[in-house]
Each structure stands twice: as structure tokens, then as C-alpha cells.
Write a protein that binds this ligand. Structure first.
Ligand code: AGP
Length: 368
């Protein structure tokens, strides 16, 4: 129940929560960046620098969108701290009798802090002596209480079933965590400064993306009539593609698949044609040329392409482009996700769906 928290003049909670993101991201960052030493202050971790250095691996768990934000987090930690990191659905993790290692740091993600599969995974980790941090939005929730320490998002209550501001704030919290781990390891002060400054630019850049709402709404109306859509991205773009597909399917009921762009030719390219447009996440990073080649391959099969990236591509490669502001390459996935939230929202509205309470889904899944 939303209680005293209302839609604040927006038509849906979802649009309100999407629109709040400049402030919610600012809240996740508040008081946590140190511009003198280019580090992050995360007192809630309860880890000394000595303990932090002893971890050889980071394993991130969560369900659904929390898991996808964990994939962004794993990439940030690997890139900035050079600690091997990966993410796995908490529901899978808990059922496969995982080997719990003492030099692995476990990170559990949950907006609600009440997701049963994630809680059960944390409890199993604790039984086996694992060290678990929580990245949680709801203060004092079951998962937050079970963890050894963590980072609260401070994103405020999220009412709409589809997660948006919590997803973004989780990715931002991983930016802070990766900066912190990086500076305890070998990230230089100069790179620390680059990331601090990049994190500080995020709220303003999110506001710039929100100004494109009408342009994105029009594209959503153009594409929403298709029965199916493909979402692709490479490395940093891949979790963004997964989250974009997740948002679209859960609130608009349009079938959406997400694949690493590099995997298309190993199977799903067979699906591409006039009936299945592709949303391609194409940041300006070292994989730009590879991604542009993929767009050509999709177009050659008669597939329409909506590119989300940092520039407008040649008309022979794309039908439409959504251009977002550029940040540091490591932080770009956070911004690239925002237009996909707006796209899914307007696709759902165009199709007359129950945007805030999609069929068959609950806001937090507290049962097995
Ligand atoms: C997100 O849009 C979904 N509704 C869902 O995947 C959600 O992220 C998942 O159930 C995890 O919830 P939590 O973050 O509250 O644990």
C-alpha cells in the first residue's frame, strides 16, 4: 500500500519514480564522496582496509532487476578495483549448494529487503561463514538486518512494481563501492578523481535525459505494436539490454529478449526480420566499431534498429537513435538505462496496460 506516498500529480507511480531519479541518485551519493582523496566513504560496510584487501573475489546475488544491476556492479568492481566479480540470480545460487569461500566477499541486492530467495541465499551464506554486504533500499528490512554491513540506497519508497529508481541507485551504489575498493587496491588518485567527478555529474545528466521524454514516448508508440523486440549490448551494454527487455516485458507484455550483441550470430539472428525490431545499446567505448557492424548485420536481415548511445549513427545502420549524455565509460551503463525505462513506460501506456500493477507480478516476492 502506498499510504501517504501519492503520485504527486503524475499519472502513475512509475512515471513519478522515473522522474525522481536526479534527486534519488543525489541522495545515494550524498556525503559519500571525498574530493580531497578521491575516495568513497561507506561507513556501513564495517570492513577495514586490511580486510577489504584480503578478498580475492566478489560474488553478487539478487533477483530480477536487482540481479541485472548486480551485473553492472560486477563490471564496475572488476574494472575499477581489478577484483574478479560476477553476479548470479539469488534464486539459483541458493539451490545449487554453493561453495562458500572465505576470501570471497558476497553482496546481496534488494530494493524491498524482503525478497525470499535473496534472504534465503544470505542466510545460507551466513550459515557457512560467508561475509555478506547488503545493497538495500528499505532500512531495517529482513535482508538488511541479516547482512554484516552494506550500503543503503536512500532512494525513498518505490511503489510501482517495475523497479526504476532503485535499479539506478543500486548501480550508483556499486559505483561508490567500486571506487572504494579500487582506491584500497590500485586505482590511482587521478582515476579516483575521474570517477568521483563522473558520479557527481550523474544527477544533472539524468535530468537531461528526462527532458527527452516526449521524443522517447513517440518512439515507444512507433515500436510498441510489434509482438516481439530484441535488446542487444556488448559487455557494459549487455546488462543494460537485459534490464531494458525486463522493463518492457513486465509492464507492456511485449515479448522481449536480451542477448549479448556478439551472440546474435550464434542463434537468435534467425529471429531477426521486419517483425522483430532491435534496441541496440551502443555506448561510445572501445567496442563501438564492433557494435556498429552488428547493426549492419541486423539491417541486412530487414530488422529495424533503435540505437541508444552517445551519437547519431548513419541512416544505413539505424532507423532511430536516442542520444544520451556521455559520462566516464565505466559509469555510462547507469545513464543508458534511463531511456529504456521511459520507453517501456510509454509502450505500456500506449498499449493500455495497468502500468503500476502489471498482471501476475507482486512488488516483492516474499514466498518461495
Ligand atoms: C523489477 O522491475 C522487478 N519487478 C523484479 O525483478 C525485482 O527487481 C525483483 O523481484 C527483486 O526485488 P527486490 O529488489 O525487492 O529484492
Amino acid at each position: 500500500d502506498a499510504g501517504h506516498y501519492d503520485t504527486g500529480g503524475y499519472e502513475h507511480y512509475l512515471l513519478k519514480e522515473i522522474s525522481e531519479q536526479p534527486e534519488t541518485v543525489a541522495r545515494t551519493l550524498r556525503g559519500r564522496l571525498d574530493d580531497r582523496f578521491h575516495i568513497a566513504h561507506l561507513g556501513g560496510l564495517n570492513l577495514t582496509p586490511h580486510e577489504t584487501r584480503a578478498f580475492r573475489r566478489v560474488k553478487i546475488i539478487g533477483c530480477g532487476s536487482a540481479y541485472y544491476s548486480g551485473q553492472i556492479g560486477a563490471q564496475l568492481i572488476e574494472e575499477l578495483a581489478r577484483i574478479p566479480a560476477d553476479a548470479e540470480p539469488a534464486s539459483e545460487f541458493r539451490y545449487r549448494n554453493p561453495v562458500v569461500e572465505h576470501d570471497t566477499l558476497y553482496v546481496a541486492i534488494s530494493q524491498s529487503g524482503e525478497t525470499y530467495d535473496t534472504l534465503a541465499a544470505v542466510q545460507e551464506l551466513k550459515r557457512k561463514g560467508g561475509r555478506v554486504l547488503g545493497i538495500v533500499n528499505t532500512v531495517g528490512s529482513a535482508i538488511a538486518r541479516e547482512c554484516d554491513g552494506g550500503v543503503y540506497l536512500h532512494a525513498g519508497p518505490e511503489v510501482s512494481v517495475a523497479s526504476t529508481k532503485a535499479f539506478t541507485s543500486t548501480a550508483v551504489a556499486f559505483g561508490l563501492l567500486a571506487l572504494h575498493f579500487g582506491r584500497v587496491h590500485d586505482l590511482s588518485p587521478a582515476d579516483g578523481r575521474r570517477i568521483c567527478e563522473g558520479l557527481r555529474r550523474l544527477p544533472g545528466q539524468i535530468a537531461e535525459i528526462l527532458e527527452k521524454e516526449q521524443e522517447i514516448a513517440e518512439l515507444a508508440r512507433k515500436y510498441a505494436g510489434h509482438p516481439s523486440m530484441m535488446f542487444v549490448g556488448r559487455v557494459r551494454g549487455y546488462p543494460v539490454a537485459r534490464e531494458g527487455a525486463q522493463k518492457l516485458k513486465e509492464i507492456s507484455y511485449v515479448h522481449a529478449e536480451a542477448y549479448p550483441a556478439s551472440e546474435l550470430k550464434h542463434g537468435p539472428l534467425a529471429l531477426i526480420g521486419p517483425d522483430m525490431p532491435t534496441v541496440a545499446i551502443v555506448p561510445d567505448d572501445e567496442l563501438l566499431d564492433k557494435n556498429l557492424t552488428t547493426l549492419g548485420e541486423i539491417r541486412a536481415r530487414g530488422g529495424q534498429v533503435l540505437m541508444v548511445g552517445h551519437r547519431v549513427a548513419e541512416p544505413k545502420l539505424v532507423d532511430d537513435c536516442i542520444v544520451v549524455p556521455k559520462n566516464e565509460v565505466e559509469l555510462d551503463p547507469i545513464l543508458l538505462t534511463i531511456p529504456l525505462q521511459i520507453f517501456a513506460y510509454h509502450a505500456a501506456v500506449a498499449l493500455g496496460r495497468d502500468v503500476d500493477k502489471p498482471r501476475n507480478l507482486a512488488k516483492s516476492v516474499t514466498v518461495e
